[in-house]
Design a protein around this ligand. Structure first.
Ligand code: DX5
Ligand code: ZN
Length: 215
């Protein structure tokens, strides 16, 4: 599955970029929320998300890169999030935060940064629908894919299989047409691609190529 990150979309022409995603049949829209505190960059908040919600019926996969995300879960649910992922080190009581997300009937996930191991899964796997593995350090689009992520994806796939879990693996950062298949074959279910799609001359052709590749 493919989840284009709108961080690299053209916000002066955002309707067009949503039409491209609608017509391209993408599986999710990846929405990156940054607070300039958890990560050294600022993107946008719930009011923008609720405006974008009007442009598509595709599920919003909302990646929160903010401190104390528990304070904003309800706002993002109201804005139209379908999946919400949080970084374990951004919230004081991870279990409580995951339960809060699910209490609104939306899917919950956790995000693992490049230098972090998968140990947190031991006591969270049964509570999550999605594991987001970062293959760049969170904060910016257009960075290079960190190779060691492949080993981590394989390990995560193994853990999920051993536990007979339905948790999906999503991989985020530096995914291009030339490494997508390797990431997919390592065990990813959903690939996020920002600059590869919206930084290209022809985003709809790029979406088509990703979909062909992952068939
Ligand atoms: C990085 C974000 C990513 C980013 C990916 O902090 O979480 O979703 O938009 O962008 P690319 O695909 O350009 O690496
Ligand atoms: Zn992201």
């Amino acid at each position: 599955m493919i989840s284009p990150s709108i961080l690299s979309a053209d916000f002066t022409n955002i309707k067009r970029d949503f039409e491209i995603m609608n017509e391209g049949g993408v599986d999710f829209v990846h929405v990156d929320i940054m607070d300039g505190n958890y990560v050294p960059n600022i993107s946008f908040g719930p009011s923008i998300v609720s405006q974008l919600r009007k442009l598509t019926t595709i599920d919003f996969d909302v990646h929160l890169m903010i401190e104390n995300p528990e304070n904003y879960i309800e706002d993002f649910v109201k804005a139209g999030a379908n999946i919400i992922t949080v970084h374990p080190d951004s919230t004081r009581h991870l279990n409580r935060t995951l339960n809060l997300i699910k209490s609104f009937g939306v899917k919950a996930g956790i995000v693992i940064n490049p230098a972090e191991n998968l140990n947190v899964l031991e006591y969270t796997l049964s509570d999550i629908d999605l594991l987001l593995i970062m293959s760049v350090n969170p904060g910016f689009g257009g960075q290079n894919f960190i190779k060691s992520s492949l080993t981590k994806i394989k390990k995560a796939r193994e853990i999920i299989r051993e536990n007979k879990s339905n948790c999906l693996i999503e991989v985020d950062g530096g995914i291009k047409l030339d490494n997508a298949l390797e990431v997919f074959n390592s065990g990813a279910d959903i690939l996020v691609a920002g600059s590869a799609i919206f930084g290209s001359e022809n985003p709809s052709e790029e979406i088509f190529k990703f979909k062909e590749l992952l068939k």
